[in-house]
Design a protein around this ligand. Structure first.
Ligand SMILES: Cc1cc2ncn([C@H]3O[C@H](COP(=O)(O)O)[C@@H](O)[C@H]3O)c2cc1C
Ligand SMILES: O=C(O)c1cccnc1
Length: 351
């Protein structure tokens, strides 16, 4: 397949840096492999950055916000007004993701890529493509051009942040109705049933869950998205913030920056990004396993592991922000731990 012109070029990761990191890791005062996920992370971060012992001083959680026409079908436990209300909460620093980002010494940036309200705030990044998607249960959520414009909003946001010195990114989102769109993407890309893909989102009961499954089924029947064409899937049954996240992921990888993937919605975006540009895969870092049904299937599809099992199901980038602390830990181990030679500790006996 020829590279589509709106998809940025993504550099290959460097095996030399991974090998240098492994050499150093093998000299540290611990049995090989004993730091588990932290060791695996260090090697991945070295390969992505080209540095054996990177450290990420400036980390950004990019929260993409947009509304969903499919909310008219009654698929969420909360009303659509919550989307703009939560955007203001992010900008004032009061949402869960703001707190968890502060704990990780990271900054939160909120992008309006399609909120169905007029929002102005000095800290808001306004890149609105349209006032929410159309109802995917009746027709396409958006046109290919709108989807590409929303992807571009994500790419441009990350480029600006990279210019400001950010070298590590996390995906976050806000959009009432977006677990419905994400479940539809999972069904379209893998062929699993709505009953296996649809979760409880903001906390719907059994009857509303059955209805949500039927809405996803209808969206798939009406739109017939082509699983071999991720842009077709994104435009017909996706969301503007999901498209924005596809852009964040492509943009981060194009700058050689690792990107930490949050929960169900973010992983749906990652699946589409990896389908559009498989070269992004080595830059993706899984974070937590969401309670949302379907998240495990998405992770499996991407061969991503989610080390944090926190029973969370919020989105916003909360799981990814927590993962930043594990990444800092992995980096500091490589920089600060003594080697066997430095500490005068005997190495492993030869067999
Ligand atoms: C107050 C509040 C804060 C949130 N922060 C993230 N979400 C999460 O819930 C929404 C998806 O669930 P559904 O598909 O059921 O609407 C998304 O906005 C997601 O980020 C929130 C939801 C609410 C109500
Ligand atoms: O895993 C997520 O991202 C998620 C789950 C439920 C509701 N909102 C987000």
């Amino acid at each position: 397949m020829t590279q589509l012109s709106w998809i940025p070029t993504i550099p290959a990761v460097t095996e030399e840096a991974r090998n240098a990191a492994l050499d150093h890791q093998n000299q540290l005062t611990k049995p090989p492999g004993s730091l588990g996920v932290l060791e695996r992370l260090s090697l991945q971060l070295a390969a992505a950055t080209g540095e054996a012992k990177p450290f990420f001083e400036k980390k950004a959680v990019v929260v993409m916000a947009a509304d969903h026409g499919v909310v008219a079908e009654g698929v969420s436990a909360f009303p659509a007004e919550v989307t703009p209300q939560m955007v203001l909460n992010f900008l004032h620093g009061g949402a869960a993701v703001n707190v968890l980002a502060r704990a990780a010494r990271a900054d939160v940036f909120c992008v309006d890529v399609g909120v169905n309200a007029e929002l102005t705030h000095p800290k808001l990044i306004s890149r609105k493509v349209k006032h929410g998607t159309d109802n995917m249960a009746q027709g396409p959520a958006m046109t290919n051009e709108e989807a590409i414009a929303a992807v571009q909003a994500g790419i441009d946001t990350v480029s600006e942040l990279a210019q400001q010195g950010y070298t590590m990114f996390a995906t976050g989102e806000m959009g009432i109705g977006n677990t419905t769109a994400s479940a539809a993407i999972l069904c379209a890309m893998t062929g699993i049933t709505p009953e296996a893909a649809v979760g409880r989102g903001t906390g719907i009961g059994d009857e509303q869950w059955k209805h949500k499954c039927n809405v996803v089924r209808r969206a798939l029947e009406v739109n017939k998205p082509d699983p071999k064409d991720a842009l077709d899937v994104l435009a017909k049954i996706g969301g503007l913030e999901i498209a924005g996240l596809v852009g964040v992921i492509l943009g981060a990888a194009s700058h050689g920056a690792p990107v930490v993937i949050d929960g169900f919605i973010s992983t749906a975006a990652a699946l589409l990004a990896a389908s559009l540009a498989p070269e992004v895969k080595p830059y993706l870092i899984g974070s937590h396993l969401s309670e949302e049904q379907g998240h495990q299937s998405l992770l499996q599809q991407l061969e991503l592991t989610a080390p944090l099992h926190m029973n969370m199901r919020l989105g916003e980038g909360t799981g990814a922000a927590l993962m930043f602390q594990m990444i800092d830990a992995a980096c500091l181990i490589m920089r600060e731990m003594a080697t066997f030679a430095e500490a005068g500790v005997s190495g492993k006996e030869e067999a």
